[in-house]
Structures are given as C-alpha cells and as structure tokens.
Design a protein around this ligand. Structure first.
Ligand code: IVH
Length: 676
C-alpha cells in the first residue's frame, strides 16, 4: 500500500527526532543508548525517504550535515556584535587588580564571578533563527569573519535544530570554541603519517586548518567538537551561569567544570587548581576565563578597545621556552622512516625537563630555516611530543650554516632515499638493526600481537645479542631457553614469562597479524578492510596492485605497499615461517554464503528498489564483494537507470551485465530457497 503524505511526514519527523536525540546522547553527553548498527538503520531509513521525497528535505535534517558542495571562497560577513578578545593576566596580583577595578566600577554593589576553562581552539559564532542553524562565522578580525556554515554543520556537537521550550530562546547567537581531543589529534596524525601527508603541529592548528577546508565532506571526517561559552539573546537581565545551563538545555556541550565564586580568593584557587589539573583533560586549555556573572553588571562595566571590562583570561605558565639547538640526530623507525630529532640544551617547560624535540622532516627544517647552534622556541602541548616551532633569528651566529640532511642511515650506513611525493627519507635496508628493533617492538605492541614480557628493553637485548632478526625468530626462541637465561638481568621467571607471552600471541586474529607485520601505510583499520576482502594470506599474496585498488578504502599508495611487501622474498619467508609456527594466517570468521559467493560486483546507475548502500549490503550478505571500478577482474555489472561509462567499459571487456530485474530475481530466488 502506498503511504500517504501525512504518514510520510510523521515518519520523517519521528526519525529526525530520534536521530537528533541519539546524536546528542553520543556526541554531547557521551552516553549512547543504541548500537552503531541501530543508528545506521534509522539514518538509512530517513535518507531513503528523503531521497524518494526530495521536496521534504529541510536544512535541519540530520542528513544535511554533510552534502554541501565545496565552496570556492568563503563570504566575509559582519558580526552582529563584535567578537572581542580577553585581556590576559599571568599572576595572582594581576587577578586581584582586575577584581579591584570591577569592585570600583560597580560602586559597592554585590557581584559574583563565573570561572571557566579557557579552551585552546578556534572561536566561532553560530546564529539560530527560529531554532534552526542559519550561519556560522569565524572570529576573523573580531568585526568581520568568514561564513563557514557548511563546514560547521558537519560538527556533530553543533545542533542543527535547538531543543526549544518556553524558557529557552529561539533566535540567538551562540559563541564558543572548536577543539580537538588529544587522542583524536594523535590518531589523525598517525593516519597522516601512514599516508605520508603533512602532519599538524598541534590540535589548535589542526582545528584551524580543518575549518578552512573548502570541502565539507572532508571536514565531516575530522573529529571536531564545539564547546559553547556565550549565549547572546534579547534578554539582558539574567546571569551568565544560568545561560551556561540554558546552553546545555538547548543541546550544546558546555564546560561542566565552570564554577561560581562570590570572591576573588575562590577565583585564584580555581586558577591554581587547573594549572595542575590541565594535564588530566582530554583537550588543551591555556588558562581560565573569569566573567562577572550578572548580565546587567556586564553591560554596566562595558568594554575598552578590544576587550570587555567584565571578563579576563588568567593564563597558565607558558608551555614554550627558548633554548639552544645543540645537534640534529636522525631516528630510524620500523618502516625505515627517518625522523630528525632536535637535541637541545635541557630546558624546563611547564614543569618538565625537555632535551629532545621533534623536527618532523627535511622540509620542516628548511621551511623554518632551523640551524644547529640557533636559539629555538620549543613548545609542549598536552601529551604531544615537544617540538621546535621557530628560530630566534636575532640570536643567530654569523657562522651558522643550513642543515644538510645526511645521505646515509646513521645505523647501517646504507643510502637514504626520498620518494617524490613524500616528505620523509627512508632507509631501505630491511636488515638495519634499528628497523629490526622497531619492527619487533611494533609486532609486540598492544593493538598488534600484544605480547607481555616483550618490552623495548627486552627487544634491545634480543636484537643486539642476535637472537632475533625478524618476527618469525620469536617463535623459535623456545629452543634457546637456556641461553636466554644466561643473559644479563634475566632469570628462569622472566624467560618463562616471555616464552609464555609469545606462545599466547599465536591465538591473535588474522587482521591483528596483518597490522603487526608493519607494512607501510597499513594501519589497523586498513588491515580490517583487507581481511574483509581476503580470507587467507595466500589469496592476498596473489592479488595485483590494480585489483587491490578496486577496494574503496585502498588507494594506489597502500596497494603498492602491500604488493611490494608481500612479493619481497625475505618477507615471504617470514610469513611462511609464521604460518608454520601456528599463527592464524586466515580469517576465522564464517564466510557469508549465497548466490554471489566469490563474485566481484560493480553497481552503476540508479536502482529503483534499493539505495547504493542497501544494494551493497545485500550483495555482501550473500557472499559477494562490491568494487567501485570496472576492470577485467569484475564478474558482474549491475546496471540501473542512466548508467554511463562503466557500462561501456564492461561491454568492451566482455563482462556479464545484469539489469535490476535480473538482480532482483536472483535475490528473490535465493530468498525462496532459504525460506523453506
Ligand atoms: S569568552 C568577550 N570563554 O579566548 C570575550 N572565551 O581572547 C568572550 N576562549 O577568542 C570570550 N575559552 O576564543 C570565552 N570559556 C571561554 C573561552 C574563551 C576560550 C577564547 C576565545 C576568545 C579568546 C579570548
């Protein structure tokens, strides 16, 4: 029966409400109620109804977060009220002075303060009209900023529609900070490292860089969060603390650490406490912000030049320091990546002694014109490794010379190579002791084979005493039990522990092994993708670069790297030995069976009974694989309406083509058979 319009409208609204509620539970409250699969199901249903009824799509629909077309240039717009900055204070005395000024200007009236964390991100103004997100604007110069609405819509902690009630505003502007958590930042940089892309220096830079991207689709993949700290509406007689509560009710993330104080002593203690507690936060803060609570009093106090008189920032001790760059050493990673490291005259930064810092790569050193002997600025942020961020050129000695990147590996002296499109140099000698060490440490690591008893120091001893040259040697170590016991600081118990840990690692799944092998550009998620498509190592060893690229998530770099790794005779031997030692070189998951078993299928044109995602899911559930491009390895091309070049190519290659009817009939036939 065909559904009538009001049924459809009701269902759409119900789905949108449900999805909004789950987004809020997940992204704002961090208390999800349903599984990802259930969420995806709701989303897919909404998307399907909207695809079929495009006139019912509204800008506040959860499907409209991503989908905006890339922008060529952002519009420059004027802020409703200028976005002021805060004056900074750095000492207890400064904070007391601020309080004296407030006290004087308020002429003996009672007042209180709200203290909040000062988030180290990028500030943003978001306008809502009748409860619907209308525009989002960067701070810019404070008077005018860039309109980046499409990008901001992809941030899941920004509601597209406010949670409205009679006590909450519908027409308002929300100001706050976009931040990125340390773990998300590190993960993102690790992935960038795997694909050889430029790394971001710190979470704030990565937020700023992301918000400026012209493609909202990419912005949507970046883990940004928006924390609201100001509510601007028509009501000026309330107070800021209540506004923070309103912001929370409207659906925003707010600072749950915010506190109200009646005197400046409380403010000073809050500042001192957070200077220490900042380490435990998942994101960077660079101080606290103190605001006079009453909005009327804020208005009375007003602003001078570019900052308000009713608020100040109380900054923490700097996480930056100047020191001398004594030397630049090269570090060799497990895949042979060479990383230059700054050796510094030790300096205390935020309570920690720092004597080494990252210099990333040759281009970074050249761009910043960093030279040995220079006075450099070193920064430490969150749990990120310290890095050299700039040079104090005024201190540069006339005799200084630019750093010439060494041409040989500092460990094994083999020639270093740099590929055209990559920033790093590599040591290509896979027998380089530092690479062996790195590969074994990676093999034993948590997310990989997770071998207890095989820490860095143990690996050092095993490699330097030539017990192991590769990961397969670990599984022969039991033959050398007695010799191991005689190693310095080793005994019966530690040897047993190690051998036991190695034995246990034999039960790890195939995807973990693939990740643990340390193939360049193959992280844990790509390993999972590979296992989804190839159930044994033999299958994977036979695949060509071209075929691998048929998998959506695998681009040319990853494909080439996998094939190069698995065709190397030395690596082949290691893999064979690992299999012989009893490691699981095949996926244990039940292979899906059905009419598409073993078939490689491409979809083209639009299907009338399914969305692309639904068709893909169906094929996979019936044993098939879906690829995105037509090549000679494709078995079937399913052709919908308005098919283009894929159909032509398939015809040329003589590939079997099915129309939607045939596709449906095969599925239905299978259903009939299995339903009996
Ligand atoms: S209130 C009138 N609250 O600090 C000032 N700002 O220089 C309104 N910031 O650009 C700002 N955390 O990006 C406020 N809890 C917080 C904040 C905060 C970070 C940033 C904001 C602003 C800068 C002030």
């Amino acid at each position: 029966m065909k559904k009538n319009n009001s049924d459809i409208n009701l269902r759409i609204e119900k789905l949108r409400e449900e999805i909004r509620r789950h987004d809020h539970l997940y992204y704002v409250l961090a208390q999800p109620e349903v599984s990802d699969a259930k969420y995806d199901e709701l989303y897919a249903e909404l998307k399907k109804i909207e695809d079929e009824n495009p006139h019912l799509i509204t800008p506040d629909s959860p499907t409209q977060r991503v989908g905006g077309a890339p922008t060529k240039e952002f519009q420059n717009v004027t802020h409703s009220i200028p976005m002021l900055s805060l004056s900074n204070t750095y000492s207890e005395e400064d904070i007391r002075d601020f309080d004296k000024r407030v006290n004087g200007l308020l002429e003996g009236r009672q007042y209180s303060y709200v203290c909040e964390l000062k988030f180290d991100g990028v500030s943003l103004a978001i306008r809502y009209e009748n409860g619907i997100l209308k525009s989002a604007i960067t701070r810019g110069d404070g008077v005018q900023g860039d309109e980046i609405t499409q990008n901001v819509k992809t941030i899941r902690s920004v509601p597209l529609k406010l949670n409205i009630s009679s006590t909450l505003p519908r027409n308002c502007e929300i100001r706050g900070e976009v931040v990125m958590n340390h773990t998300d930042f590190n993960k993102m940089n690790e992935e960038k490292e795997l694909t050889g892309e430029k790394l971001f220096a710190n979470p704030r830079n990565s937020v700023a860089g992301t918000l400026k991207l012209q493609d909202p689709q990419i912005v949507g993949t970046r883990p940004l969060r928006f924390i609201a700290y100001l509510l601007l509406d028509q009501l000026n007689d309330g107070n800021h603390f209540d506004n923070l509560h309103k912001l929370k009710q409207l659906g925003f993330l707010v600072d749950t650490n915010a506190k109200r104080f009646d005197d400046i002593e409380g403010v000073i203690n809050f500042w001192k406490e957070w200077e220490i507690k900042r380490e435990s936060l998942p994101f960077d803060i660079d101080g606290i912000v103190v605001k006079v609570n009453s909005l009327r009093q804020q208005e009375m106090l007003g602003a001078i030049a570019k900052s308000p008189r009713w608020a100040i920032a109380c900054k923490f001790k700097s996480r930056k320091a100047d020191t001398i760059l004594l030397d630049i050493k090269l570090q060799v990673g497990r895949t042979g990546t060479i990383t230059p490291v700054a050796i510094l005259e030790p300096v205390k930064i935020g309570g920690t002694m720092v004597s080494r810092a990252s210099l990333y790569n040759e281009d970074y050193i050249r761009e910043k014109d960093i030279r040995i002997g220079d006075t450099v600025v070193v920064e430490r942020g969150g749990d990120v490794i310290p890095k050299v961020t700039s040079v104090l050129f005024e201190n540069r000695k006339k005799t200084s010379v630019p750093f010439i990147f060494p041409k040989k590996c500092p460990e094994c002296k083999s020639k270093l190579v740099r590929f055209d499109d990559e920033a790093n140099y590599y040591c290509e000698n896979s027998e380089c002791p530092m690479q062996i060490r790195g590969r074994i440490i990676h093999w034993a690591a948590r997310g990989a084979m997770d071998i207890s008893g095989l820490g860095d120091a143990v690996v050092d001893q095993l490699v330097s005493n030539e017990f192991v040259h590769n990961v397969a040697d670990l599984y022969d170590l039991f033959k050398f039990r007695d010799k191991l016991k005689s190693l310095e600081r080793w005994g019966e118990k530690s040897v047993d522990n190690l051998l036991d840990g190695i034995e246990k690692s034999k039960s790890r799944e195939f995807n973990r092994i693939l990740f643990a092998l340390g193939i360049r550009h193959v992280g844990s998620s790509i390993s999972q993708v590979i296992v989804d498509h190839f159930s044994t190592i033999e299958e994977l060893m036979k695949v060509s670069v071209e075929n691998l690229q048929n998998i959506n998530e695998i681009g040319p770099k990853i494909a080439e790297s996998i094939v190069r790794y698995l065709s190397d005779p030395h690596n082949k031997k290691v893999v064979t030995r690992l299999k012989a030692a009893g490691l699981k070189m095949a996926s244990q998951r039940n292979k899906k069976s059905g009419p598409f078993q073993g078939k490689n299928i491409v979809l083209t044109g639009s299907l009338s009974n399914f969305t692309r995602d639904q068709a893909k899911e169906l094929i996979e559930s019936l044993g098939g694989k879906v690829s995105s491009t037509v090549s000679k390895n494709i078995d079937i091309l399913v052709v919908g309406l308005d098919a283009g070049s894929k159909l032509e190519k398939a015809k040329k290659l003589g590939i079997e083509t099915w129309d939607e009817e045939k596709f449906l009939s095969i599925i239905n036939l299978h259903k009939k058979v299995t339903d009996v």
